[in-house]
Design a protein around this ligand. Structure first.
Ligand code: DGT
Ligand code: CA
Ligand code: CA
Ligand code: ZN
Length: 577
């Protein structure tokens, strides 16, 4: 099977991790990481690009040697270098990378001094206090490791990020649609609802009578399948090589809408819909809506809802968070669409930790049809990313002015992602912040303050009239880092009083502000900035991902400031009020 971008990325990162654990040359390590990062940001499949004989070295950061390696992965599914490293080091060392406080150097140290090769071994050594005794570790690191181990155990089998599941869902849907006799194919479940993470894929299909057997056989012999859990006439289950489980159900055309509704869920939504049906004297199941023995709806989802006196409810809203009541009263929001978006308000260039130049970012934004793009570099506190001090920011402002002179149809906005310091002050002085078009303020350090202190910190930052947008408010990293302990309702109310806009960050592992709080914000009239936080030109396309998150948050075009043309957008920022 041709590897997807995510698989290629993972292989390159594994090589980088193992090389680093081995203590090899940093330049070689960086070459692999860089290539992995570039591939992660691509919207096209690299395998297709290679097939089309495109030259990968046109990406800065992919040299001739690396392009060859990527070709090798596409051809063989692995890398000779990785296989060689597997012979030299236990692969289970890579599991230790799941502990946020452990990098390759620390892992190498633990491995060499204590012979630890697995997460279980790590836990044993930590409990015995051996980690704290190592040079450069200490009690605090040991405690951190134990906490992380606890969290990993608790989360059990890791759920896939929606965007990591998407290539599998798309490819399977396309494959199944190509099978003779197949009529409709749809991935339902949490995937269709656009949930941040998905546990498994639930696919529904209809087909010509007599084609069922062939369809099921084709499904279980799909090239990405690792094992077949069940092969039946109407239901089969497989595990893909990535570990993702996929269920396929074949249903009759007359029940397709009912089945699609049932298997899209959520469970809570289904239960509430069924209850409403019962109150009205109907019986609802995955075959249809019944009055006595008679099926009165089932072919489409729309007729299911209509038979109960409801308008159609978009899948993203089906979480039983008030959508059924709103559908009864016909007051569901008209959800935002990709085509409503006119610009992006958070991105980085290679001046800090991004990869593109100002010009490259501007071109990519134009290609997306945008009228503006805010360049929000990091501020000095984020030293790891080469954050700008005041003097450097002024130079950066001049550079943006220069680029703007040669741009037609798009304006780069002079901006910053200014770090919110632990006491709630901002990392750069007011006078330089006033020279900008806008400022996003974000917390990057000290994320474990008490709930009271953390909430006060953020509200105090919003007291500063130069902070226009609160960036990734909870700082969560889905599957890796819990959200900060903060009183979000209080923060949203404070944002309203101060006319601060709140960001919905579209990075697939952030999606921050979380969807239920987007709804709260919209109800209170607090505006949202839907931003990609792109670190490369390709990354700007993550807006698609953000749109799904925004829709899950009940947001309409009106709730999002970057649906406005430039002039109106600028007027909506508090600094221009
Ligand atoms: P996941 O896979 O954990 O990300 O979440 P879902 O929502 O895809 O859940 P899954 O795969 O267990 O089931 C797919 C859908 O089937 C679910 O969203 C609603 C429906 N469903 C499953 N079990 C029940 C149930 O016990 N009652 C009702 N009413 N619906 C159910
Ligand atoms: Ca599912
Ligand atoms: Ca399932
Ligand atoms: Zn940030």
């Amino acid at each position: 099977m041709v590897p997807h971008n995510n698989e290629i990325r993972d292989i390159l990162n594994q090589v980088a991790d193992l090389l680093e654990i081995k203590g090899e040359n940093q330049f070689r390590v960086r070459a692999y990481r860089e290539a992995a990062r570039i591939i992660e940001g691509m919207t096209e499949q690299v395998s297709q690009m290679v097939k089309d004989q495109e030259d990968l070295t046109r990406y800065r950061g992919i040299g001739k040697d690396m392009a060859g390696k990527i070709g090798e992965i596409i051809e063989t599914g692995t890398l000779g270098k990785l296989e060689q490293l597997k012979d030299e080091l236990p692969m289970s060392l890579l599991d230790l990378m799941k502990i946020p406080s452990l990098g390759p150097r620390k892992i190498s140290h633990i491995y060499n001094k204590l012979g630890v090769t697995t997460l279980e071994g790590l836990e044993r050594s930590a409990r015995e206090g051996k980690i704290a005794d190592l040079n450069g570790f200490g009690e605090k690191t040991q405690q951190n490791i134990l906490e992380s181990l606890g969290r990993i155990k608790k989360s059990g089998e890791k759920r896939l990020l929606w965007s990591d599941a998407a290539p599998f869902a798309d490819a399977l849907e396309k494959y199944l649609k190509g099978i003779t006799g197949v009529r409709q194919v749809r991935v339902a479940g949490s995937y269709r609802r656009g949930k941040e993470t998905v546990g498994d894929l639930d696919i529904l299909a209809t087909c010509r009578r007599g084609a069922e057997n062939d369809l099921m056989k084709s499904f279980v012999s799909y090239e990405g399948v690792k094992n077949v859990l069940a092969l039946g006439k109407t239901k089969s289950s497989v595990i893909l090589r990535s570990g993702l489980q996929v269920d396929l159900r074949i249903v009759a055309g007359v029940s397709y809408g009912a089945a699609l509704h049932y298997f899209t869920g959520s469970k809570a939504h289904n239960i509430a819909v069924r209850k409403l049906g019962t109150e009205q004297g109907f019986k609802i199941n995955e075959y249809g809506v019944y009055k006595g023995e008679k099926r009165i709806a089932g072919k489409t989802e729309k007729e299911i809802y209509e038979s109960l006196g409801l308008v159609y409810i978009e899948p993203e809203l089906r979480e039983n968070l008030g959508e059924i009541e709103a559908a009864e009263d016909n007051r569901l929001p008209e959800l935002v669409k990709r085509s409503d978006i006119r610009g992006d308000l958070h991105c980085h260039t290679r001046r800090t930790d991004g990869h593109g130049s100002l010009e490259e970012m501007a071109e990519a934004a134009k290609a997306l049809g945008y009228g503006y793009l805010a360049i929000t570099e990091h501020s000095r506190k984020v030293a790891m990313a080469g954050g700008l001090n005041e003097k450097e920011l002024r130079v950066h402002i001049e550079n943006i002015d220069k680029v703007n002179q040669n741009l037609k149809g798009l304006r780069l906005l002079k901006a910053i992602e200014v770090d919110i310091l632990p006491d709630g002050s901002l990392d750069l002085g007011d006078s330089v912040l006033r020279e900008l078009d806008l400022a996003v303020g974000s917390v990057h350090y000290q994320q474990r303050l008490s709930r009271k202190k953390q909430t006060e910190r953020i509200i105090r930052a919003m007291d500063n009239p130069n902070l226009d947008i609160l960036g990734h408010p909870t700082a969560r990293l889905i599957n890796t880092r819990d959200p900060m302990d903060i009183d979000l309702e209080k923060i949203i109310e404070a944002a309203k009083e101060r006319k601060v806009v709140i960001e919905l960050n579209a990075q697939p592992d952030r999606l921050d502000l979380p969807h239920n709080y987007c709804k709260t914000a919209a109800e209170l009239g607090v505006k949202i900035a839907l931003s990609t936080d792109a670190h490369s030109a390709d990354n700007l396309s993550l807006m698609e991902n953000g749109i799904i998150a925004a829709r899950r948050g009940w947001l309409s075009k009106d709730d999002i400031i970057n649906t406005r043309p430039l002039k109106e957008l600028l007027k909506m920022l508090r600094r221009n009020a």
